[in-house]
Ligand binder design. Structure first.
Ligand SMILES: Nc1ncnc2c1ncn2[C@@H]1O[C@H](COP(=O)(O)OP(=O)(O)OP(=O)(O)O)[C@@H](O)[C@H]1O
Ligand SMILES: Nc1ncnc2c1ncn2[C@@H]1O[C@H](COP(=O)(O)OP(=O)(O)OP(=O)(O)O)[C@@H](O)[C@H]1O
Ligand SMILES: [Mg+2]
Ligand SMILES: [Mg+2]
Lengths: 228, 228
């Protein structure tokens, strides 16, 4: 369902070129549960942003369900981002002037097909799943770091996406809450949702089915996780 | 050097009161190395902000080097924040329109006594210590999550503070880089700097000398770390 072929991404800073991804190739089948690991600066978020149709590669191909993403229109990409993919950003990206509940409802307004009618109910349930029922009216500045992270997770789930892309979803969470979150992802994966998450914690990666390790913009390891 | 007595902090959201800290008491002697742990939302950042003179408590007392902080003027508090304390924020708080180097130089401009002349040199060395010499000119949006975190750490160290307060300084770092950072804090602590860091990772806490655990706004555990 996700096919990456010889992907390259180079940033330019002044007259310096920063090769963030160099010739990355792999496939992720529907229903897989992948952990992307690797050192700080190795290209994990860059790769996630391309998979999530938030950024375009400098070279190579990205095929989503057999279709080359580079050929898609802005509308088609927006459609994918809203209906197919739920994205948890490494820095949350919550709207500062709106409540946790409204932040989580937002993707539902952008869904052209409105396949969910009860926005308030769906958003409330999503926040319950991440144990934030008592923080619905708080604005991001009134939430702890880990609570903001969980609002970002709830927002990624509310539209019932086919693919969840989560960039360091437990980076600000204590071990108990982290285990709640990774267990939630496991449950969603058991129901057929494809999950790709970036983590730097081997404890968390152990809950997934496959580990893709990056180093300096290339894949250095691609292994199944033995026994879950 | 840090004395907390019956500290309370209550936030108000609409007409609801959120008791973030309830009757917290402890002391931290000069040269100690403390890890503050606890679940998401248990009050760790709230406590750090009060110790760092960034926020005032609702009740109780905070004495820094024997002086009650509540009696200090805005200028005296700013002085403490600039010269005595280096603060690493959970969400980094970097200036978006300035480079990594300029972000790290900033505290040096605010130092009234200008005890460091060579701002560029001091900032460059601070960034070298967190392995970011090749990212000096990048702006925050051109840095990975873990690189932003390390710029925030470098900025907290550049003014050679007596106390380092670090809120989840390794939350976005892979294990190798995390160990580099905690080892750097250990070295600074060996030179007499008091270090208080919030972490949710027991692996990291093991490098410290003492663990203070919060739960629901109170201290539930205060133990020395056996053997480092
Ligand atoms: N400005 C605020 N207004 C209202 N409530 C707040 C505010 N800031 C924090 N809170 C609440 O106070 C509690 C403690 O927050 P704090 O940020 O100290 O937690 P924390 O231990 O740092 O959590 P985390 O590990 O998730 O970062 C949380 O339940 C949070 O929702
Ligand atoms: N917009 C940009 N302009 C220039 N360089 C960039 C930009 N975004 C990222 N980079 C660089 O590309 C490299 C890869 O960044 P990326 O954010 O993908 O790393 P990462 O693996 O997610 O790191 P971390 O674990 O620290 O979050 C880094 O060295 C970073 O400095
Ligand atoms: Mg990243
Ligand atoms: Mg916090």
């Amino acid at each position: 369902m996700i096919r990456i072929e010889n992907l390259r991404k180079t940033y330019t800073v002044g007259d310096i070129e920063v090769p963030a991804l160099r010739e990355v190739s792999f496939s992720i089948e529907r229903g897989d549960f992948v952990a992307i690991m690797g050192p700080s600066g190795s290209g994990k978020s860059t790769l996630m942003n391309i998979i999530g149709c938030l950024d375009r590669p400098s070279g190579g191909r990205y095929l989503l369900d057999g279709v080359d993403v580079s050929g898609m229109s802005t509308n088609e990409l927006a459609e994918i981002r809203n209906r197919k993919i739920g994205f948890v950003f490494q820095s949350f990206n919550l709207l500062p002037k709106t409540s946790a509940l409204e932040n989580v409802e937002l993707p539902l307004f952008y869904d052209r097909y409105q396949h969910i009618d009860d926005h308030r109910g769906a958003a409330t349930r999503a926040l319950e799943r991440v144990s934030l029922s008592d923080r619905l009216d708080h604005h991001p500045s009134q939430l702890s770091g880990g609570q903001k992270q969980r609002v970002a997770i709830a927002r990624a789930l509310v539209n019932e996406p086919y693919i969840i892309l989560a960039d360091e979803p437990t980076g600000n969470l204590d071990s108990t809450t982290s285990i709640d979150i990774i267990t939630l992802f496991q449950k969603l994966n058991d129901h057929g949702i494809t999950v790709v998450l970036v983590t730097h914690e081997t404890e968390i990666a152990r809950y997934t089915k496959r580990i893709l390790e990056l180093r300096d913009g290339t894949v250095v390891r691609d292994e199944r996780v033995e026994k879950r």
